[in-house]
Design a binder for this molecule. Structure first.
Ligand SMILES: Cc1cc2nc3c(=O)[nH]c(=O)nc-3n(C[C@H](O)[C@H](O)[C@H](O)COP(=O)(O)O)c2cc1C
Length: 365
């Protein structure tokens, strides 16, 4: 059985709505606006250095006294493979040539995994954000224990029942059930295994049945009806990413916003060609590369895609960008975060009288 009201109390939020941590899109201003509106605002720290991460946490604290959430990437550290990387760059070279550019001579691991990043771990223990979450896997068990001992709530993403079981065994406080509809990177633990691509409905329902942990539903949830549906399936809260991209407080580029507001938002796809791991976004030329070449390890491949995007976008071409978005993208609304939160809560309250986990009350508004 899920025990959600105590869980929402532990998170310190009035509403069961988590704004997803989104590297490149979430900002201290966005996170603070969501937390101030009674949800859980979040920062994506997966691509940050320790100093950048600390600065973002402190900037958020200047904007809200409410709890917020920070997210780390726990992928297997990248394995460099000079031949594979050279092959990939040779494969992309004609695309660079379209913009009069050359591919980089070599590729870098552009950010470090949280696994083994002692300095990041130490910084988090010092700063003590209310909630810390993990994507692509889990850190060491003693780190998870240390967070708990300091009163930090931990969450981790699962895309299968097996990953949810590992999360429960590791002593994490709640599981984020991320369905295949989700925008951004799919949090699969082993990216070399087949992506099970389980949809949000089936995943939330099966994990809620199997697990004793509170379940947070993620993937394709865009409005109050979606929130109500997820809660009825057994989720205690939802984590929404694409729904918040158009908020003026996000750092999404103008081109990204234009595409998300256009008919192109109807066509999202999953590709590993951009970063080296499967991620869903608005389809562009990166999604139609032939699978005859294997991209380098995550996030080494991202270095190549970012260089190609930089060359193309310098000439006004955004066909190589990482415009992450979920299948609900056509439902995205362009509203300030506080207003979006208010609309979501009103829509959700209209749709639900009670759920297994959360009974909305007047206090929740
Ligand atoms: C632009 C974007 C960036 C994302 N970045 C992260 C991230 O840094 N860390 C993470 O755990 N999830 C990230 N995600 C995935 C979200 O946590 C969540 O699973 C997803 O947004 C849910 O699907 P939805 O976009 O349909 O709401 C990202 C999603 C988007 C849309």
């Amino acid at each position: 059985m899920n025990a959600s009201l105590p869980f929402l109390d532990r998170l310190g939020v009035a509403h069961p709505i988590i704004q997803a941590p989104m590297v490149g899109v979430s900002t201290p201003t966005l996170a603070a606006a969501v937390s101030n509106a009674g949800g859980l605002g979040s920062l994506g720290l997966g691509a940050s250095t320790v100093d950048q991460a600390r600065a973002m946490i402190r900037a958020t604290r200047t904007l809200t006294g409410k709890p917020f959430h920070v997210n780390l990437f726990c992928h297997r550290p990248a394995r460099a493979d000079a031949q594979r990387e050279a092959n990939w760059l040779a494969y992309l070279a004609p695309l660079f040539a379209e913009f009069g550019a050359l591919p980089p001579m070599a590729l870098r691991e552009i950010y470090e995994s949280f696994i083994g990043n002692e300095a990041m771990f130490g910084m988090l223990l010092e700063e003590r954000p209310a909630v810390v979450s993990f994507h692509f896997g889990l850190p060491r068990a003693d780190w998870i224990r240390a967070f708990r001992e300091r009163g930090i709530v931990t969450l981790a993403t699962a895309t299968t029942l097996e990953e949810a079981a590992l999360i429960e065994r590791a002593g994490v406080d709640a599981v984020i059930a991320q369905g295949a509809e989700a925008g951004g990177h799919h949090g699969v633990f082993d990216s070399t295994a087949c992506d099970a691509s389980i949809g949000t409905f089936a995943l939330v329902r099966t994990i809620a049945r199997q697990s004793k942990l509170p379940v947070i539903a993620a993937g394709g949830i865009m409005d109050g009806d979606g929130i109500a549906a997820a809660l009825r399936l057994g989720a205690c809260a939802v984590q929404m990413g694409t729904a918040f991209v158009l908020c003026p407080e996000s750092s999404a580029s103008i081109a990204y916003r234009e595409q998300l507001k256009s008919d192109r938002a109807r066509h999202t796809q999953v590709t590993a060609a951009i970063s080296g791991r499967p991620a869903r976004g608005i389809a562009n030329r990166m999604y139609f590369l032939h699978d005859t070449h294997t991209p380098p390890d995550y996030p080494i491949a991202y270095d190549a895609a970012k260089a190609l995007h930089a060359a193309a976008s310098a000439q006004g071409n955004h066909e190589f960008a990482a415009h992450w978005a979920g299948q609900g993208a056509p439902l995205a609304r362009e509203l300030p975060a506080a207003e979006l939160m208010q609309v979501l809560v009103q829509e959700w309250r209209k749709r639900t009288t009670a759920s297994r986990c959360v009974a909305p009350t007047d206090d929740a508004l």
